[in-house]
Write a protein that binds this ligand. Structure first.
Ligand code: 2AM
Ligand code: CA
Length: 271
């Protein structure tokens, strides 16, 4: 894709993300409907749907030949990442949106033939925009983020992870996860996968482990984390498939391989 085209798409995407943020800050003060999806804790609100519709209508009217994958189903039914694909999570961290009224974000990743070109993650209530264009570095608002610290040790690391890892024997034995937690400096659970990717890029956490995420949770984050030298894989160290639900491990490369080899592999279950 031409550089000029990417610059144009990036500018429009940024404008729409900020406009959608404004819309969410309005909707959060109004009554909304709250439903559940895959289980009783997997929430969706009328705001999630309205914001995704906002993006879908913008993308369709400006870029008729682009495709959309959206969490709430207003996108296209596509089975490959051929062409230009917008991968959109209108509100990532919906439980935080409903219960905390903060710590949620808009996540927009734009891919060309499967390659992540643009990533935008907007912390709506904090008014912080993390963004990246492939090959041009990652930014927190106007400030360029430094590359991740190459001298990091496991013992000095902080990892984002969901507590389910520690109490469920899913995918990796809980005991292995507990061993990992005892080895590193600390853990954090923020409740928005996209924001946790942004925090890895910012270097305020050093990695993020998640049980099962979809493309819209991580498409923007992958572009942003890659730009500061972070590694974005599944928990086996393989490339992430954005069209399926996968367990994810993104981290500073100084700790990525050793966490997989020492803690994940020995406890890996065949699911
Ligand atoms: P969501 O808020 O857009 O649903 C919470 O730890 C993180 O996991 C959020 O980014 C959340 O995205 C994501 N997630 C993915 N699948 C989920 C599910 N079935 N239930 C709750 N959160 C889920
Ligand atoms: Ca999400």
């Amino acid at each position: 894709m031409q550089k000029e085209t990417i610059t144009n798409i990036h500018a429009n995407a940024k404008t729409w993300v900020l406009e959608a943020g404004e819309l969410i800050r309005k909707l959060i003060r109004e009554p909304m409907t709250i439903d559940t999806k895959s289980d009783r804790n997997d929430l969706v609100t009328s705001a999630d749907q309205e914001v995704e519709q906002f993006f879908a209508s913008k993308v369709r009217s400006f870029y008729a030949d682009h495709y959309i994958i959206g969490e709430e189903g207003y996108g296209d039914q596509i089975e490959s990442l051929d062409g230009t694909v917008w991968i959109i999570d209108p509100i990532d961290g919906t439980m935080n949106f409903v219960h905390q009224q903060r710590y949620f974000c808009i996540s927009v990743g734009i891919y060309q033939d499967g390659v992540g070109e643009i990533g935008l993650i907007y912390d709506v209530m904090g008014d912080v925009l993390y963004s990246a264009v492939r090959g041009e570095g990652a930014y927190k608002n106007e400030q360029k983020l430094p590359m991740v610290n190459q001298n990091l040790t496991l013992e000095d690391s902080i990892l984002g992870m969901n507590h389910f890892w520690l109490c469920q024997n899913r995918r990796v034995e809980a005991q292995s996860m507990q061993k990992l937690v005892k080895t590193i400096r600390g853990t954090r659970t923020y409740g928005s996968a996209a924001l946790e990717f942004a925090y890895v890029a910012e270097g305020i956490v050093d990695g993020y482990l998640a049980l099962g995420l979809s493309g819209w949770d991580i498409a923007a984050g992958i572009v942003i984390v890659n730009e500061v030298g972070g590694v974005t894989t599944d928990i086996d160290g393989n490339q992430i498939d954005l069209l399926s639900n996968s367990p994810i491990f993104v981290a500073n490369p100084a700790i990525h391989t050793s966490i997989i080899e020492q803690f994940i592999k020995p406890g890996r279950k065949n699911i």
